[in-house]
Design a protein around this ligand. Structure first.
Ligand SMILES: [Zn+2]
Length: 150
């Protein structure tokens, strides 16, 4: 998924804590069950599309139900179809994604982008830094192997 660098949410993910309606326009309701919602949203500011999921788990012990919201920037109909075919919670395989996590023991939710840093691999290509590291390691091993034989 492409990084939505033009979107205000990219630099200010905490904006996603505002009521959904303030930041987004609802384009499609993909799922709407009591503890699982999925929407296709459009940013009111820049028009960026987001695949949104809300998940709530019932915490019988504490009554403070853990809640998780995920926003994944999407562009093409194909990307949207792929995300639609995933099961609840499987969106964690995609990035970049904006997550609002509130486990049952948290006082306030944590809001952050996952996969914003370039250190994380962006499929399908490996980050150049990792490739360079592997190449260096391979050459070093070959040199050690040759040195051992002579
Ligand atoms: Zn935006």
């Amino acid at each position: 998924m492409k990084q939505p660098i033009q979107c205000e949410l990219w630099e200010k993910p905490e904006l996603a804590r505002l009521p959904i309606r303030e930041c987004f326009e609802l384009l499609e309701t993909i799922a709407y069950e009591s503890h699982h919602w999925r929407y296709l949203l459009r940013c009111r500011e820049c028009g960026q599309l987001y695949f949104f999921e809300f998940l709530e788990f019932i915490d019988w012990k504490h009554g403070n139900d853990p809640q998780y919201s995920t926003y994944i920037p999407v562009e093409t109909a194909e990307e949207i179809e792929i995300l639609k075919s995933t099961s609840p919670g499987q969106l964690l395989l995609f990035y970049p994604r904006l997550q609002i996590d509130r486990p049952s023991d948290a006082k306030s939710p944590s809001v952050s982008w996952i996969g914003k840093d370039e250190d994380l691999p962006h499929p399908p290509t490996l980050p150049s830094r990792l490739v360079a590291f592997v190449r260096r390691w391979l050459f070093a091993s070959i040199r050690v192997f040759r040195a051992g034989r002579s």
